[in-house]
Design a protein around this ligand. Structure first.
Ligand code: PEP
Ligand code: MN
Length: 339
């Protein structure tokens, strides 16, 4: 349930409510608005304590969240969440951010060259996987910690926040050490131990929708992270499996307005995996911005034909540079901006 406090509640009064929640064996989730503070008390049978909280002087009213996901819902938080990443990057505001880089971190040279290219073009976040979830066990699996050191150094040099994927709960601490955003990939969306581990550390998390995951399941997976106390979660639509086989996946643009309605969390679109075809990435990237994405994540490689992973969907540097300009025009047409 949501406990809404009276306007101007003081820290001591907020603490009285959170302490009471803890005494009852629940975890309080505090969300401070401009003048109203709301506290989520979530868990089985929380509603049976409704009267006890209603009796408190500082409590304005209590409501129940009808949706199965609670902290992720618009009912819990009306205003869009803005995530402060690092180096001044904020996701969820007027600016649409572009995360870009190679699918996998392959070596220092490619990472640094690509980082410079995408930064000069207007991207604000550097991507690259060190732990790669490959369909084949014989395919390149990523450089591991060595790769994380490379992306960290590239981010440092170019003053860009970085994003990379964690595939297991054990990898979360490593990712949290070297990167600014932890990605949880499509294949791990229902790895609940991983979600909980990501929720127990402070770095923002980009949670990718599974290829056969409903929007409701995506929000319930986000709830695992939020319920552990990490409220900096962004949701990523990266294409789902449909009967259509002319593209690698089908980017579900419907998810953008649906998520916008159901949740306050930032929405990120991945047209690279969503199409799997370089030629189509730009069109879907523009459509994503027009639909209302808060950020895009795009794969770029200086020599896609030699890429160790996802070459066919990686944009060439010159394609990426031209695309960002077009994306900025689309963003401006919908009241946002990129450059
Ligand atoms: C990736 O970002 O390279 C990746 C593996 O993404 P997904 O989990 O969406 O397939
Ligand atoms: Mn990839």
């Amino acid at each position: 349930m949501i406990i809404t406090l009276k306007k101007g509640a003081k820290p001591k009064e907020i603490a009285a409510v959170t302490e009471k929640i803890k005494t009852l064996g629940y975890k309080p989730h505090v969300s401070k608005g401009k003048d109203v503070t709301i506290i989520g008390m979530i868990g089985e049978y929380a509603e049976k304590y409704k009267d006890a909280f209603e009796a408190m002087e500082i409590v304005e009213h209590i409501s129940e969240i009808q949706k199965p996901y609670k902290l992720a819902s618009r009912e819990f938080k009306k205003s869009n969440t803005i995530i402060k990443v690092s180096r001044g990057v904020e996701i969820g505001g007027k600016k649409v951010h572009i995360m870009a880089g190679p699918c996998a971190i392959e070596n220092k040279e490619i990472m640094f060259n690509t980082a410079k290219i995408i930064k000069d073009a207007g991207a604000t976040i550097l991507r690259g996987g060190a732990f790669k979830p490959r369909s084949s066990p014989y395919a390149f699996q990523g450089l591991g910690e060595k790769g994380l050191k490379i992306i960290e150094a590239a981010g440092e040099k170019l003053h860009m926040p970085t994003i990379s994927e964690a595939m297991s709960p054990e990898q979360v601490a490593l990712l949290s050490k070297y990167c600014d955003i932890i990605q949880i990939g499509a294949r791990n969306i229902q790895n609940y131990d991983l979600l909980r581990a990501a929720g127990k550390q402070p770095k923002p998390v980009l949670l990718k929708r599974g290829m056969a995951t409903t929007i409701k399941e995506l929000l319930l997976s986000a709830e695992y992270i939020l319920s552990q106390g990490n409220y900096n979660v962004m949701l990523c639509e990266r294409g789902i499996r449909t009967f259509e086989d002319s593209t690698r996946f089908t980017l579900d643009l419907n998810a953008v307005p649906v998520l916008r309605k159901l949740t306050h969390l930032p929405i990120v679109l991945d047209p690279s995996h969503g199409t799997g075809v370089r030629e189509y990435v730009g069109t879907l990237a523009k459509a994503s911005v027009a639909a209302g994405a808060d950020a895009l994540i795009l794969e770029v490689h200086p020599k896609p034909e030699e890429a160790l992973s996802d070459g066919p969907q990686s944009l060439l540097p010159e394609q990426f540079c031209a695309l960002v300009k077009e994306l900025d025009a689309v963003a401006k047409a919908v009241g946002r901006e990129i450059l």
